[in-house]
Every structure is written in C-alpha cells, then in structure tokens.
Design a protein around this ligand. Structure first.
Ligand code: APR
Ligand code: PHB
Length: 398
C-alpha cells in the first residue's frame, strides 16, 4: 500500500528505488529544498527486511548524522577498531586507528539504515510511494524526462527535471540511456556466499575474514546476541539442502586456529546464497538521467563497500543538485560521474583484492594458493601493506 497518498505528477528529481541510495538521496534533497519523489517497486516490509551488508564507514555515519537519521545508529551500532584475518591456523589483527591515523567503522545492518530513513521520510520527507513499479523512463535526452510506473494496477507518470536511478543492478533506469552510450565492465566470480543469521552471541569481538583450503568464511554480527556468518560455496548452491550441523561444521573447519578459540553455535534463523559480481557502468550520468549506488556499480561484499559507495554517490549528487537549484550552475551535475567513478574504481579494486586473496577458486592450483598465503603473510609482516588494507577498508584510501 502507498505510504503517502498525494503523489504529484511532476517533480524536480524523480528517484527510482527506495534502497539506501534512493532514501538517502531523498533525505539530502529534502534538506536542501529540492523537490523529489521516491518510487519503490516493493512494499515497505520487503524493503526493510532485505538482508544485506552491515559495515558503515565514517563518511556514511557522518551523512546519516547530518540528515538526522542516526539516532538509533548511535544507540545500537557497534564501533569497531579493527578486523582479523585468519589463514594457516593463525590470526592477524588489522588495527584501524593505528594504521589510518584514527579511523574506525560502525557495524550496523543495512536493514536498520533503511528502516531509519523510511521512518524519517514518512514523518518529514519527500513523497515515498511503495508498490510503485517503474516500467520505463523516457525522454532522457529532453529537459522533461518521464518515469512511467504502475501503482495499484493503474499506469501513471511522473514528469521530472531529472531522474536518478537508485533501482539497483536489475533496475530499469539504466535502460533509459542508449546502450551504445554506456560501457559496462564486469567480472562474475566462480563462487557465491552462503549467508546465515544465527541467534548466538558472536564468537569474536571483531569481524574475522578467513582464508582456508576449503574456501572463504566470514564472521560478522548484527548485535551482541545475533551472529552474521558467511561461507564460500559453489555457484548455484541451494541453501536449503544444507543442515544446520553441516553449516556449523564447515564454518568450524574454515575458522580453525591454534589455541582455544571456538565458534559458538546457535539456531540459524535466516539463510540465503548470493552470487558475487563486480560491475561498473559508465558514465553514471547521461542527459537528464543519473545512476547511483547498485544501479551504477556492484562490488563483491568482501570489502564491505556496497552501501558506503551508494551513500557516497548520493552525497555528491545531492550537493550538485543543491548548487544547481541555488545558482543555476550545473558544474557539480556535469562532474558527478567523473567524481564518483574515481572512488568507485578504487573500491572495485579493493573488493577484488580482498575477494581473490581470501577465496579458493574451484580451478585454483597450489601456486595460486601460495601467492595468497604470501600476500597474507606480507600484510601481517609489513605495516605498509597492512595500512593499505586498513585505509581502503575504512574508506579513506581515496
Ligand atoms: N521500480 C521501482 N523500484 C525499483 C525498480 C523499479 N523498476 N527496480 C528496483 N527497484 C528498487 C528495489 O526494490 C530496491 O528497493 O530499487 C531498490 C534498489 O535498492 P538496492 O538494491 O539496495 O540498491 P542501492 O540503494 O543502490 O543500495 C546499495 O544495497 O544491494 C545492496 O550491496 C548493495 O549494500 C549495497 C546497497
Ligand atoms: C555483514 O555483516 O553482513 C558483512 C560485513 C563485512 C563484509 C560483508 C558483509 O565484508
């Protein structure tokens, strides 16, 4: 059902998608006095429960604070000063403040960020329409692009000065740009992540990224009582054929380390398999159409960059729209794609590095594995190598 009833037929900025990118953009534009409307295909419950990542960089926390959307984050997030790498039955901690001059990260699930932004927007924000499926965006090369959408079985249109596609990798906005005007760079990985939520206290204070001959594993968390864990599986794995015991046994094998550390087990409450992909679509702006977040780029979750890249895109874009509305200058809008792609490619390279260093590919030979071990040994031995990882992870490498 729609959450706000009086949806106008025209607006300044039409936003397709109410994920983190669309919701944060709407918040920033509302604060800047730029009219916008958000159209979201799914219902509110679906959008709010979609399990995604859970690590926020300082800049993401800063923009959530600036938009007034961080009250619960301040109460419920867990601040982390490091992560641990695990390989050859050993652990090495990456100390973020020491290696980056004081930076850290916040563990706070994307589902919670989305809930906080929706709650805020419905009380004091731009119009937000759920179950409004955009079917096409036309007029990208005119000064009045139009979003065609259906809501409650009725075909409607939203005429805009600009349209921003925040509709993710499978969205429709990208199709509004002529295919020969876009270049998409892509890599599909030969493995997926099997993610679980478990009602058990995390067995480690900080995240553990584990390399093992059996495959990658990640220990993360959602709170002090809920664990979030992932293990590398072959593409196409059916999450429902694995017993809980098999999942825990496999995680035990991959986190194995000398000493008395033990992975606590508990009831698994959610499970899903997600494929890994790297993808960048250039440019991120054509005519009156902008792309932000997953609509423009996808990163494998190993570097915890997806949500933070989306937040960074819309922070740049909102500032550009504010400049345009206040002064008529389009310099920020014209520079948006170049500005964002520099950071996007840095995040793509870091996510690729973390993924290929820590995962054991199906056709991997012993030489490849020894290269991975050498890289991990280097990170533990060299503060410079460790600092490069830390700076990229906390988001200040650019
Ligand atoms: N019409 C309206 N809404 C649409 C359409 C459409 N045709 N197609 C997709 N959407 C909506 C989806 O239902 C979703 O709610 O667009 C939203 C896109 O949200 P995300 O996929 O979360 O993308 P984004 O906001 O860019 O956030 C990126 O989300 O997927 C994760 O790992 C990713 O953490 C990163 C973050
Ligand atoms: C998560 O908590 O879901 C998470 C954390 C770090 C990652 C990926 C996912 O790199």
């Amino acid at each position: 059902m729609s959450e706000t009833t009086n949806i106008p037929a025209t607006t300044t900025v039409g936003i397709v998608g109410a994920g983190p990118a669309g919701l944060l953009l709407a918040r920033l534009l509302h604060q800047a006095g730029v009219d916008c409307v958000v159209l979201e295909a799914r219902d509110r419950a679906y959008v709010e429960q979609r399990q995604r990542a859970g690590v926020l960089e300082q800049s993401t926390v800063d923009v959530l604070r600036a938009t007034g959307a961080a009250a619960r984050l301040e109460r419920e997030s867990i601040v982390h000063d490091g992560i641990e790498l695990s390989w050859n039955r050993r652990r090495h901690r990456i100390d973020f403040p020491e290696l980056t001059g004081g930076s850290r990260v916040w563990v706070y699930a994307q589902t919670e960020v989305v809930k906080d932004l929706i709650a805020l927007q419905l009380v004091d924000g731009a119009p937000l329409l759920f179950e409004a499926q955009a079917t096409a965006v036309t007029g990208a090369d005119t000064d009045r692009p139009v979003i065609h959408y259906t809501h409650e079985g009725v075909a409607r249109t939203l005429s805009c000065d600009y349209v921003v596609g925040c509709d993710g990798y499978h969205g429709v906005t990208r199709n509004a740009i002529p295919a020969d005007e876009l270049t998409t760079y892509e890599r599909v990985y030969p493995y997926s992540w099997f993610g679980i939520l478990a009602d058990v206290a995390p067995s480690n204070d900080e995240l553990v990224y584990a390399h093992s001959p059996r495959g990658f594993a990640l220990l993360s968390m959602r709170s002090h009582t809920v664990s979030r864990l992932y293990l590398q599986v072959p593409n196409g794995t059916d999450p429902h054929v694995w017993s809980d015991e098999r999942i825990w046994d496999e995680l035990d094998a991959r986190f194995a380390v000398d000493g008395d550390w033990k992975l606590a087990r508990g009831p698994i409450t959610q499970r899903a398999v997600l494929p890994l992909r790297s993808s960048v679509t250039e440019p991120m702006r054509w005519g009156r159409i902008f792309l932000a977040g997953d609509a423009a780029h996808i990163v494998p979750p190993t570097g915890a960059k997806g949500l933070n890249l989306a937040a960074a895109d819309v922070t740049v874009l909102a500032r550009a729209f504010e400049q345009w509305q206040r002064t008529g200058a389009s310099a920020g809008l014209d520079d948006y794609s170049r500005h964002c792609l520099e950071r996007v490619w840095r995040a793509e390279q870091f996510s690729y590095f973390m993924t290929t260093t820590l995962h054991t590919a199906p056709e991997q030979n012993p030489f490849d594995t020894r290269l991975q071990i050498s890289q991990l040994d280097r990170i533990s031995a060299s503060p410079y190598a460790a600092a490069e990882l830390a700076l990229n992870y906390v988001g200040t490498a650019l």
